[in-house]
Design a protein around this ligand. Structure first.
Ligand code: ADP
Ligand code: MG
Length: 251
């Protein structure tokens, strides 16, 4: 690992919901241009971790720094943070009453204060990038799940984020629609986008991640470069998790 300052620093973070301690003294650093996949069984805290990084959840202890911003500070300027951190959820959360074009332009015009024509121009090129140039005037309900998720990714990209958080973005999709979304993430990784990706798609994680982190018992239990992580997991819980995945034919 090089010695440059990480872009994301999660330091000793703990987070409980009532008596349920979800994150326990969790540490994670992510470098600029790094793609980190966070894996682990359902309920292990992947979404919570991403939501804490995006200041959607307060933490109980520790510190989270993104770029120059202390995201975990109770008085963090979330609007400032969200200008350079994009998040995409499992449920695409598009605005149903807005066309695809207007979904893509809302943030840039309202938050970044871009002239409408500039925002529209970029929206058109983003729709090109996610393979939906003909859908600018469509409404979300007229699109397939995979198409909606591609629009949701384009909408996040329209804010020109420095960091993209992706929370199980293919989990709600029919299997045949998964690849069209994953291939966009591969392209983004190739283009150098810094990403933290919570995913159940192990083959994707193996192929696209620079580093894979296995979340267990509230912290990063084992991590490593994608290839060796999957080929030679070192610790027992990682081994049994990956064995279950392999036995189920998912790797
Ligand atoms: P994952 O994304 O890995 O499936 P989550 O981060 O969604 O895991 O959930 C981790 C744990 O935190 C689960 O036990 C879940 O029930 C609990 N949890 C998540 N969000 C909330 C919330 N808003 N209120 C109470 N409990 C929550
Ligand atoms: Mg989740």
């Amino acid at each position: 690992m090089n010695s440059t300052k990480p872009f994301v620093e999660v330091k000793n973070v703990s987070k409980s919901f009532g008596s349920n301690e979800v994150l326990r003294s969790l540490d994670l650093t992510v470098q600029v241009h790094e793609v980190v996949c966070v894996i682990g069984p359902s309920g292990c805290g992947k979404s919570t971790l991403l939501r804490c990084i995006d200041a959607l959840e307060p933490i109980d202890d520790g510190m989270i720094i993104v770029g120059e911003v202390v995201a975990s500070h109770p008085a963090v300027d979330v609007n400032h943070l969200r200008r350079f951190v994009g998040i995409v959820f499992q449920s695409y959360n598009l605005f149903p009453h807005l066309s695809v074009m207007d979904n893509l332009c809302l943030g840039p015009v309202k938050v970044l204060r871009e002239p409408k024509e500039v925002a529209r121009e970029r929206a058109r090129s983003l729709l090109e990038q996610v393979g939906l140039p003909e859908k600018a005037d469509a409404y979300p309900e007229a699109l397939s799940g995979g198409q909606q998720q591609r629009v949701a990714i384009a909408r996040a990209l329209a804010m020109k984020p420095d960091l993209l958080l992706l929370d199980e973005v293919t989990a709600a999709l029919d299997p045949e629609l998964v690849d069209e979304v994953l291939s966009i993430l591969s392209d983004l990784a190739e283009a150098g986008m810094t990403m933290i990706i919570a995913t159940h798609e192990m083959a994707f994680a193996r192929d696209v991640a620079d580093r894979v982190c296995f979340l267990s018992d509230g912290s990063i239990y084992e991590e490593g470069p994608a290839e060796s992580f999957f080929a030679r997991p070192q610790k027992p819980r990682t081994q049994s998790f990956l064995k279950r995945i392999t036995d189920a034919g998912r790797l």
